[in-house]
Design a protein around this ligand. Structure first.
Ligand SMILES: C[C@H](NC(=O)[C@@H](N)CCCCN)C(=O)O
Length: 469
């Protein structure tokens, strides 16, 4: 291995896969933090007095600065101007700062203090936790576009989709761990903030991993100094050129719709398991965690298929159909058997492997490489509207339309875990939220069709294999 690295890093397959492992690990740490609060929703409600709207407000904070302060757009410009090393390091520092604030907010006692924002009263704890999460959201999103560009840089013309699939798979291990172990940790330590502290420590290790990548990437660029393989610099008019491309819009809108039906769903999935399927709070994250666990194997598998066989647009279409079916079945009030929940989550995992494995490696087929950082940033920016808006909407819908009358006993009646008189939280009927998620899936199908049609017209090659023989 050392010999391979000493030869020529730019030509070494070993070096390329090590780079992938390093940056994918950084993303794993980031994704852990992204979802660490999801299984804690019931505990936040019981122990800290949060409502579903508070939780929706906090969760939506992920996109605030990215969307309204255009942080992602600036991040993309910085990426294309300053390169992957600077931008990646910058984004990991931002993540650490954000998680630090979030940890402080959850671990502190604000003595019931609150503030009024745009006429709504918000508890100071919720607000500070949300601000920390909003800062973290900037970091993880910029890290996401940076890592996509790193993979294109190192894997173009090689195993591009497989590499992207493996990176996503690794990141999803972070999500899966967050969903499955967080409630256990919180219970073990008797503290809701403990899992966040663990995430913070993990993120610091992820930062070190990125520093090692920086060393390798610097070496590669030195080797290629005089060759044509170095990137062209970013020009401001690139943005206008990108937004004139119809295929860009189709893929970006498909992205926001599809991802809004998955990531925000995951934020509520443990609560859905508790309320609809009667799974205890402590174990409510286990079934949702199977979704990311399933994608760990399947995303690289489908990525490899796309690399070798093509059919990228078809893959995205099939995944969109599947997500509609899953959310519709989740919406049926009579279906409350946990085995069905298990099957549906596994099916969702397949859909969530199909679409991303084809979507992200398709972007370089539509957008030239020197504009890729900006293009990924624009797509993530559009996607962040959904990642911000949908959880907020679901929180509001739950509080306003889905509280079940005399509901405090419903879940416990099913599980028999807690005596009804000791229960202090409300229960929710998830039918309407699940119909909202299904509606997003229906729109995804439409845009996947439009993309397929545009591909035929423009010859992007989305149905062609990525590996050049
Ligand atoms: C690669 C892609 N990443 C994203 O879509 C990010 N903008 C969102 C990350 C949210 C983390 N829970 C993906 O993960 O498929």
């Amino acid at each position: 291995m050392v010999a391979a690295l000493q030869k020529k890093i730019s030509e070494s397959a070993t070096a390329r896969w090590i780079v992938l492992a390093l940056v994918a690990f950084t993303m794993l740490c980031g994704y852990f933090i992204t979802d660490v609060m999801a299984p804690l929703k019931p505990m936040l409600e019981q122990q800290m007095g949060w409502s579903s709207s508070d939780y929706g407000f906090f969760t939506s904070a992920y996109g605030w600065f990215n969307v309204f302060l255009l942080m992602l757009i600036f991040g993309g410009m910085i990426l294309d101007k300053m390169g992957v090393r600077f931008t990646g390091l910058m984004s990991t520092v931002i993540m650490v700062i954000g998680v630090g604030i979030k940890y402080w907010a959850i671990a502190s006692d604000f003595g019931g203090a609150s503030v009024t924002i745009f006429g709504s009263v918000i508890s100071s704890q919720v607000l500070w936790a949300a601000i920390g999460y909003a800062i973290f959201g900037v970091g993880i999103e910029i890290a996401g576009i940076t890592v996509s560009k790193i993979i294109v840089k190192w894997f173009k013309g090689k195993e591009l989709a497989l590499a992207m699939g493996l990176e996503m798979a690794c990141a999803r291990i972070g999500t899966a761990l967050a969903l499955s172990i967080t409630p256990l940790l919180a219970e073990e330590f008797g503290s809701v903030s403990m899992p966040i502290l663990l995430g913070l420590l993990l993120l610091c290790i992820g930062m070190i991993s990125f520093v090692v990548f920086v060393v390798m990437d610097t070496k590669r660029d030195r080797e290629l100094k005089d060759s044509a393989e170095l990137e062209e610099p970013f020009r401001f008019r690139d943005i206008f050129e990108i937004v004139r491309i119809k295929g860009f819009w189709y893929i970006a809108i498909l992205c926001v719709l599809f991802y809004s039906a998955v990531f925000p769903f995951l934020k509520y999935a443990p609560d859905l398991m508790f309320n609809k399927f009667g799974i205890s709070e402590k174990l409510s994250g286990i079934i949702p965690a199977l979704l990311p666990f399933g994608t760990i194997l399947l995303t690289p598998f489908f990525g490899n298929l796309y690399d070798r066989r093509g059919k990228g647009a078809t893959i995205m279409l099939v995944g969109s159909f599947m997500i509609v079916a899953v959310h519709l079945l989740f919406a049926v009030p009579a279906f409350t058997n946990w085995l069905l929940a298990l099957v549906l989550i596994i099916t969702l995992g397949i859909a969530f492997s199909l679409v991303p494995s084809a979507m992200w490696p398709s972007v370089p087929k539509i957008i030239p490489e020197n504009k890729l950082g900006t293009a990924y940033a624009l797509i993530f920016w559009i996607q962040n509207w959904g990642l911000m808006g949908v959880p907020y909407l679901i929180g509001k819908v739950l509080d306003n339309y889905c509280v079940v009358d005399n509901a405090t006993t419903v879940a416990e009646e099913i599980t028999g875990v807690v005596a009804p008189e000791t229960v202090t939280r409300v229960a929710y009927d998830y039918t309407v939220p699940m119909l909202i998620f299904a509606g997003l899936g229906v729109l995804s199908i439409l845009f996947a069709f439009l993309l397929l049609r545009e591909n035929k017209k423009m010859g992007y090659g989305l149905q062609q294999p990525n590996i050049r023989k």
